[in-house]
Write a protein that binds this ligand. Sequence first.
Ligand code: URA
Length: 177
Amino acid sequence: MNRRPPPCTNCPLSKSRKNAVFGDGPHDARIVIVGEAPGRDEDEQGRPFVGMSGRELTKMLDEVGIRREEVFITNTVKCRPPDNRKPSANEIEACRQHLAAQLSSIKPALICTLGNVPLNSIIGKHSIGDVNGHVMEKDGSAFLPLYHPASWLYNRKLREKAKKGYEKIKTISMEKQ
Ligand code: URA
């Protein structure tokens, strides 16, 4: 399922985007994955994680026994920040309602955050290096902070540590709900 939002003009990213990238996956998924923001490929295609990071994510999920088609994949911010910069605090706030609506409609057993942007904006002030693979509960939902695929594309040494977090997705999602 490709859930598209009504055209949103809540922040200036709406002026530079080609496509809002709302998310992709089953509307009753047990697992939701939340990345940072769309990049160039995602902006072109209107789908999350279809570029290099996406290929790495799909491969990692596959290695830990999860098919990409079974999870709902989205981002903290639905429109591409120019030059792939980090989304600003204002952009994250302007977009918060879209992610909240998705999570309250899907009601997943587990929400996996990729990297520091969704970790800090949804769960709280932590560093992924400290909390990778540690389940956290907030407002009745279970969160699993994981490394963003871009982190191990940038530093291959991180991949093994990252995989230890991804290996927990299946068991934890089955324990919950
Ligand atoms: N990185 C993200 O965080 N999200 C995407 O959709 C693509 C790359």
